[in-house]
Design a protein around this ligand. Structure first.
Ligand code: NAD
Length: 263
């Protein structure tokens, strides 16, 4: 079995790692590489970077595409993959809840599987799962996420998904107990709430050179603080999750949101 994979965003920080991983895995074959940048350059042998996603899908017929592009285009890209019958494995963040729901419906109506994960690092997924467990026992929590300063969206998809998972098990979550006055706007971070306006969790986003992706989730109760923290030091940490999703989706045509669902 060889899975034909296309990498979209192939010249980016994540895309370059995915290209290497796909080439080095005996069960996957890189059939195309697409990016707006570096068009015509070779990423591997005769696989040259193309600029048009639709043309690349038609010409190379990948079984799966892995998308690490940018928040402003991912929704349109994802719709194109599903309408073309090509299963996407999406790492790009920035999709809104309403867009994720729309993609779920489109995946159902086209019969094309779709995998979306805001974080492919196993440690980060465990951090989210542990945070969900802790959220059952604490009513006060805040999230601090720290990323490199080229990141285009805030808060991170990981922070939003973590807050969502925590709010799912404890709608009484809150950040702080009294209504505070922000002397400088935004000082208390962004407030996450679920669709019922419950599960209040403040999210703080730090952007700084030197970070890849880190997150800490802080829980507090009388006389105690629990901190659950995950750090990454390079992008290799995301690759085992990406390849796991590619192999999983080759045999499945359902809609999956979150790596925790296939661990
Ligand atoms: N899910 C995860 O585990 C995970 C991990 C790290 C980063 N990310 C996310 O992945 C995305 C990419 O991150 P990055 O650090 O590699 O960014 P990057 O800016 O280094 O790379 C993005 C690449 O995509 C290309 N691109 C953008 N729009 C395109 C389009 N419409 N068609 C073709 N190419 C396009 C750009 O030219 C660029 O080369 C971001 O949303 C980031 O938050 C997710």
């Amino acid at each position: 079995m060889t899975i034909k994979v296309g990498v979209i965003g192939a010249m980016g920080k994540m895309g370059k790692e995915v290209v290497k991983t796909v080439i080095n895995d005996p069960e996957t074959e890189l059939v195309c590489a697409v990016d707006k940048f570096g068009t015509g350059e070779s990423v591997f042998g005769d696989i040259k970077v193309e600029s048009d996603i639709k043309q690349a899908l038609e010409a190379h017929k990948p079984d799966i595409v892995v998308d690490f592009t940018q928040p402003s285009t991912i929704f349109e890209n994802a719709k194109l993959y599903l309408k073309s019958g090509v299963i996407p494995v999406i790492g790009t963040t920035g999709l809104k809840d309403s867009e994720i729901n729309e993609l779920k419906e489109l995946s159902k109506s086209t019969g094309t599987g779709c995998f979306i994960a805001p974080n492919f690092a196993i440690g980060a997924v465990l951090m989210m799962m542990f945070s969900q467990t802790a959220a059952k026992y604490f009513n006060n929590a805040e999230i601090i996420e720290l990323h490199h300063n080229q990141k285009k969206d805030a808060p991170s998809g990981t922070a939003i998904k973590t807050a969502q998972m925590m709010a799912e098990v404890n709608p009484n979550l809150q950040s702080g107990n009294i209504k505070d006055t922000e002397v400088i706007n935004g000082a208390r971070g962004a407030l996450y709430q679920n669709s019922d306006k419950k599960g209040n969790i403040n999210i703080h986003s730090v952007r700084m050179p030197g970070f890849v992706a880190s997150q800490e989730v802080i829980f507090g109760a009388g006389g105690q603080i629990l901190t659950i923290k995950h750090d990454t030091s390079n992008r290799e940490c995301f690759m085992s999750g990406v390849i796991m999703a590619v192999k999983h989706m080759y045999k499945n045509n359902n809609f999956i949101f979150g790596l925790e669902n296939i661990l």
